[in-house]
Design a protein around this ligand. Sequence first.
Ligand code: SF4
Length: 166
Amino acid sequence: MIESNISQSIDKLRISGIVDESIVDGPGIRLTVFTQGCSHNCTGCHNPGTHDYNGGVEIQINDIINMIEENPLLDGITISGGEPFDQVGPCANLAKKVKKMGLNVVVYTGYNYEYLLKNEKYKELLSETDILVDGKFDIKKMDLTVPFKGSTNQRIIDLNKGAMAS
Ligand code: SF4
């Protein structure tokens, strides 16, 4: 990842925005957090405003938790980006709190699952993730008919089963 001024605190997350009810970022009704900062530079990225590690705003993890607690309709949260694993500490902290509330966690990443598995620092967030959507967006493989992912090379991985969901 590119060095940045992103906080090292696990209690604060730099985000580009939050959608408080989404039905397109995973199963059911979800609160989606778009993290700020990404160095993958996928051609045709749908969200270039999330790339700058110094952009967006910082938010306290507890403020996100308060938003979640206010909505009994939520099935879970989705952490998207930007690149969530470039802020792995606060994302893991958020995911852990959400799991304790009995909700599920979907995480989108431009990294491949195999790459993440090789680095100890990513393990805590992986262990709190139910479904991982991995891989860079590939505009040549874009398929808007495939649910929950932008291009067909990306994989939806059920980390509870250790298997590919699709
Ligand atoms: S990983 Fe996502 S946010 Fe980052 S460049 Fe690729 S499509 Fe854009």
